[in-house]
Design a protein around this ligand. Structure first.
Ligand SMILES: [Zn+2]
Ligand SMILES: [Zn+2]
Length: 427
């Protein structure tokens, strides 16, 4: 019979890596807490309409990449492609407008996109993200940029740079859009096929096209930050002043527009020169119109998201200094072996007592020889072994031996001494 395999574009995170993932999540929770963000867990599936209204119909994600299906009642359901629209929905649904503003939320979880799986682009992938809702102050934009930098710094990365742009607001963007169209229309023939198709509908997306001929065309295109209204200009200048004061180096990048329609004003990407210029570690921006477009009260918001697979890669390339230890180094502290079959029940009792101390303890379940048990202990990375009995003829009640596996040193212990001795050797 054929075996069942995991669906295309998914992966199993196995022991060895899963410890690293947990560590990344723990560091994330620490950093988020220090910035005043609290965790939100939204469902992995939502009504399709949420993403169509949130991200915008003409975006690549909504057009081609959503994992959408009809459930058994014929409702259109989508596995969430991103985390911001669900958080905005929850903000409205739970009346968070009445909470102290800003409401700062973070999430860690799987996102889904239906596309041809390729290197590093999984159909189920994980994201870390944070959203600050209910306040339009540029200091929150600065925080949304600083937070992922702080997170990656704690994972051992350095050499950060920020690409920054402001794409204006519904008041100033239409005029810029018109100027951009005036510039692009006469050059349309030089654009790639997909840019020609989306030119009239979303000309800003032409700016971030990676096709070389498109890049050549947009090189001298009008820049959005030259067309900002007064409010947007002051917001953008204040943000830049904050970043300068915080020592965050940034580059103005007029091509940066990001993939979703809901962005207003600030858009940014955080890069590290340790990963190469192509790879953004995090991206985000301000989305002052999103909550309203989902039927909520006018509510400004700003946030960022970061791919966890990318973060893991970054952390492991930064080495163990990153604080993400290699889980393969060992997963138990103490191994409890029994020297004789007659002492297996005692081994079970000692195992439980040691586990109650909070140590990671494993024992034999298969009646293996003492030699085989100690080999197993070594593979699992145990530092200390408790051998219940000294030889195969040992009887219940005979002394135990506690052995420091790296030093080869060992000491006899009775039932009353064993916990203290193990504790001393693990310290
Ligand atoms: Zn504006
Ligand atoms: Zn193009």
């Amino acid at each position: 019979m054929a075996t069942v395999k995991a669906p295309r574009g998914t992966e199993d995170v196995l022991p060895g890596r899963s410890e690293q993932w947990s560590r990344l999540e723990a560091v994330t929770r620490e950093v988020m807490a220090s910035y005043g963000y609290r965790e939100i867990r939204t469902p992995v599936f939502e009504h399709t309409e949420l993403f169509v209204r949130g991200a915008g119909e003409a975006t690549d994600v909504v057009e081609k990449e959503m994992y959408t299906f009809a459930d058994r009642s014929g409702r259109s359901i989508t596995l969430r492609p991103e985390g911001t629209a669900p958080v905005a929905r929850a903000y409205i649904e739970h009346g968070m407008k009445l909470w102290p503003q800003p409401v700062k939320l973070f999430y860690i979880g799987p996102m889904f996109r239906y596309e041809r799986p390729q290197a590093g682009r999984l159909r189920q992938h994980y994201q870390i993200g944070a959203e600050a809702l209910g306040c339009g102050d540029p200091a929150l934009d600065a925080e949304a940029i600083l937070l992922p930098i702080e997170l990656f710094r704690r994972l051992g990365l350095s050499g950060f740079s920020v690409h920054l742009n402001s794409i204006g607001c519904p008041r100033c963007r239409p005029a810029y859009r018109e100027r951009l169209l005036e510039y692009l229309r006469p050059r349309a023939a030089q654009l790639c096929e997909s840019c020609q198709r989306r030119l009239e509908r979303s000309p800003l997306r032409v700016l971030d096209c990676k096709v070389p001929t498109c890049r050549a065309v947009t090189e001298a295109a009008p820049r959005s930050f030259d067309y900002l209204c007064d409010d947007c200009r002051v917001h953008f200048e204040t943000l830049q002043g904050h970043l300068g004061a915080l020592g965050v180096s940034y580059t103005l990048d007029p091509r940066l527009v990001r993939g979703f329609d809901y962005y207003t004003r600030t858009v940014f990407e955080v890069l590290s020169d340790q990963l190469g210029a192509q790879n953004a570690l995090a991206g985000g921006g301000r989305y002052d119109g999103l909550v309203e477009s989902l039927g909520g009260p006018p509510t400004p918001g700003v946030g960022f998201a970061s791919g966890m697979e990318r973060a893991m890669l970054a952390a492991s390339s930064a080495g163990k200094a990153g604080g993400i230890e290699d889980g393969r180094a060992g997963w138990i502290d103490v191994y409890v072996a029994s020297a004789a079959p007659a002492r297996r029940r005692e081994a079970l009792l000692v195992t439980r007592r040691l586990r109650e101390q909070g140590w990671r303890v494993e024992t034999d379940y298969e009646g293996r020889s003492l030699r085989a048990q100690l080999r197993w202990a070594d593979r699992a990375g145990a530092r200390v072994a408790v051998i219940v009995g000294e030889e195969e003829t040992s009887e219940p009640g005979d002394p135990m031996v506690v052995r420091h596996l790296a030093r080869g040193e060992q000491q006899r212990a009775d039932d009353a001494q064993v916990v203290a001795l193990v504790g001393r050797w693990l310290a």
